[in-house]
Design a binder for this molecule. Structure first.
Ligand SMILES: *Cc1c(COP(=O)(O)O)cnc(C)c1O
Length: 389
């Protein structure tokens, strides 16, 4: 279904990519659980010949993903890392990538431990500092600027519009990992970025029941190249995973409103609690980039990080005491999660290579993925977990 450009986000989320099944009229896109498609003559078929190259359930999801980011094209992958890896295949040996020094641990691991072996040069800078990125762009040729905003787990923001403008003038692509904000809160393509990447495992899927990734873009030539890479490398999402992600997307708009409301309630509670040393949340006036968050994002999101006066020992105690916040990696689902990034999701940025690149995740940092439960229950859970630490 083509969604008119003036439809609101919630409407696009429900309708984009979904057409009644031509065979039966089924209102929901079927799970086309098939590897191949019958041909009526040599190379005569209905647009699909093999499910690695294309599958109707995946096509519906890819159309929806593009529409959510206000882009022309979308591609769906078997995981967020598969999407990032495929996008990085646009960069050739010897070429330089300017990237943040506060990234998802798995992204740093892919860059530092896998792709640098193929001769890609990664230049780590603090992308929250626009001038630092400008200086890196001025220092020599580059192919790509890789941004994550807000960052995982320290929730630092990058000014996408300012950096995209400088990069574009230098002929350098900008890719934004938009996993933390989701397209409900932030649309990097409209701010001048060339590519948006998602771990759809998180807010887009939204129910902690599927692993997936996506790339969205406007330029047709790079889309064709990436579609070729998707088929050639083969890290595609299966029909069932595409169905689950499509189903999750329908409620993205209303889920993100609840995540933002609950995130703010939790962040304000923590900020006032005597055991808490520091709360990091873009929706708090105390966040150093609160103004940028207001300008660049439609809401501060559901991720809250904090440190306790009692340091790492207190953090470990709290993480084991919560009842509703479940101790687990990942984020973006309807249920609330708690974790210690330094020991869990970001263990791969604990080593000396990461420290040399400027990564620093405090061992006492606690990260919350605030779900859509009632905010009073979430606050009560944290209150009992923090008692006496
Ligand atoms: C989880 C995550 C990824 C990796 O996605 P997977 O689906 O786990 O492969 C990439 N970037 C960010 C910001 C993430 O949170």
């Amino acid at each position: 279904m083509t969604t008119p450009a003036n439809d609101h986000f919630e409407t696009i989320a429900v309708h984009a990519g979904v057409q009644p099944d031509p065979a039966t009229g089924a209102i929901m896109t079927p799970i086309y659980q098939t590897s191949t498609f019958v041909q009526t003559d040599i190379n005569e078929h209905k647009g699909y010949d093999y499910s690695r190259a294309g599958n109707p359930t995946r096509s519906a999801l890819e159309e929806a993903l593009a529409a959510l980011e206000g882009g022309r094209f979308g591609l769906s992958f078997s995981s967020g890392m598969a999407a990032i890896d495929t996008l990085l295949r646009l960069v050739k040996p010897g070429e330089r990538v300017i990237c943040g020094n506060d990234l998802y641990g798995g992204t740093f691991r892919l860059f530092d431990k896998v792709l640098s072996d193929y001769g890609i040069v990664f230049d780590y800078v603090d992308t929250a500092d626009t001038n630092a990125v400008r200086a890196a762009l001025a220092a020599g040729p580059a192919r790509l600027v890789w941004l994550e905003t807000p960052t995982n787990p320290t929730l630092r923001l990058t000014d996408i519009a300012a950096i995209s403008e400088t990069a574009r003038a230098a002929g350098v692509w900008v890719a934004v990992d938009n996993t933390f904000a989701s397209p409900a809160l932030q649309r990097p393509l409209a701010l001048g970025a060339d590519f948006v990447v998602h771990s759809t495992t998180k807010y887009l899927g939204g129910h902690s029941d599927v692993v997936g990734g996506a790339i969205m873009m406007n330029d047709e030539d790079t889309y064709e190249r990436l579609k070729f890479l998707q088929k050639s490398v083969g890290a595609v999402s299966g029909p069932m995973d595409c169905f689950l992600t499509l189903r999750g997307i329908k409620t993205l708009g209303i889920r993100m409103r609840a995540h933002c409301d609950n995130g703010l309630a939790v962040a304000r509670f923590l900020e006032d609690h005597p055991a808490v040393e520091r709360v990091i949340y873009p929706g708090l006036e105390s966040h150093p980039q609160h103004e940028l968050a207001r300008r660049q994002m439609a809401g501060p999101g559901g991720m809250v990080s904090f440190q306790l006066r009692g340091g790492e020992a207190a953090a470990r105690t709290v993480a084991l005491r919560t009842r509703l916040f479940t101790l687990a990696e990942s984020l973006g689902g309807v249920e609330s999660l708690i974790e210690l990034p330094a020991a869990m999701t970001h263990a791969s940025v604990a080593g000396p290579e990461a420290a040399a690149a400027g990564f620093a995740v405090d061992p006492g940092l606690v990260r919350l993925s605030v779900g859509i439960e009632h905010p009073d229950d979430l606050v009560a859970d944290l209150r009992q977990a923090l008692a006496g630490v």
